[in-house]
Design a protein around this ligand. Sequence first.
Ligand code: GLN
Length: 485
Amino acid sequence: MELYQLTIHELQEKIKKGEVTATQVTQSVFERIDAVEGKVHSYIRLMKDEALATAAKADEEIKNGNIKPLTGIPIALKDIVCTKGIPTTCGSHILHNFVPPYNATVVEKLRDAGAIFVGKANMDEFAMGSSTETSYFGPTRNPWDLERIPGGSSGGSAAAVAADECIASIGSDTGGSIRQPAALCGIVGLKPTYGRVSRFGLIAFASSLDQIGPFTKDVEDCAIMMNVLAGYDPRESTSVKEDVPDYRQFAGRDIKGWKIGIPKEYFVEGIDPEVNTAIKNAIAVIEQSGGKCVDISLPHTQYCLAVYYIIAPAEACSNLARYDGVKYGFRAADARDLLDMYKKTRMQGFGAEVKRRIMIGTYALSAGYYDAYYKKASQVRALIKKDFEEAFKKCDVIMTPTTPTAAFKIGEKTDDPLQMYLSDIFTISTNLAGIPGISVPCGFTSGGLPVGVQFLAGHFEEGKLIQIASAYEKNANIEKRRPAL
Ligand code: GLN
């Protein structure tokens, strides 16, 4: 095994025993990047010099016996989290030259835990998309099949982990952008409870839905990352003062006697038969592991997509109003006056999908339509949330497919936004309800594409997700394959 192929916990052991140095691990990851990045394009920006300098410092610390939870571990950051002094583009032309004057809280937490930043990962523009094809910097490819998309919007972060171009990474999830690419790239991805991880320094898409979370190679690594990321932040008003357990203690515990809710609305027409089979097999593994599957209903599921595509664009059009070419970012060159400058900057600076969302959001919020769209959507959102509250009276966790299909071909859905939006049909409800969700690999299609299973739990029950995901991972014993790159 090469160092770049190992997990966080495996590398930690080696670093602790003095078998490898942080510099060796970092060099190994950059050798891998040199070999495969030309094919996959996971990154918008690499930070090799910074990474090697951090690794050298980490090796000094290690010599002094000072080893922190992520000392010497190369991590990729989605290019939506602000990094002080390092360009942060959000996958957009309008921010192609934006250099943040501060770090996101998660960046500081990871740095303080000893992480080594490998680079800024590619993403759909402003996190709007399910395929990483809307990035101004070109698409990322799925390491399992370079003709296919890695999922999105955090496709670069997911592909980087799957292709061993980093050991773990950070993404953000507004409607599925961590769990969907995790499923399509065959790795673990967790969206925490709204308020569990600070959004300070996360470039906002839809502020009532956005959460930051980890991508990892296994469930134990996910727990390690959550230990670092979770917690209250006085700089972020929606972050919650709730104790952070040691998530690692949940990995390896059994799930005997647990009730697993299977929502009938998530097993409908449109699911790829091979995905369906993989999920059915996963349900069998959960039952063999001591879980008892019970039928539940989430009756407002059919409205989730419609509600999301009112609320998310409404919040986005308000959040994106700040990109006007005045204080930072791209500014159109040939403007006659201020109004013309605004217009041209926004016309040339934003891509088609972002403009589509701004128009939908502006319409939904406009006088005369607000009650019919935004207000109504907010009311239905409350019902969706209530569905979950009722469901969790009957079960400990809920189990669903993460996505209706495996990775689709590049270009297959770019002309049909509705088809693209349907990729998130199973992940969006979680964000609307504010609850946590995890996607774990559950096998492959006959064509060799990864499939993911999703577990959902009540607010602040990430521990339960780690527990069931690790029990599933252990007992399913999914064949360990690596993408042939
Ligand atoms: N694919 C969904 C969208 O386009 C979700 C994106 C996300 O979670 N950031 O809005």
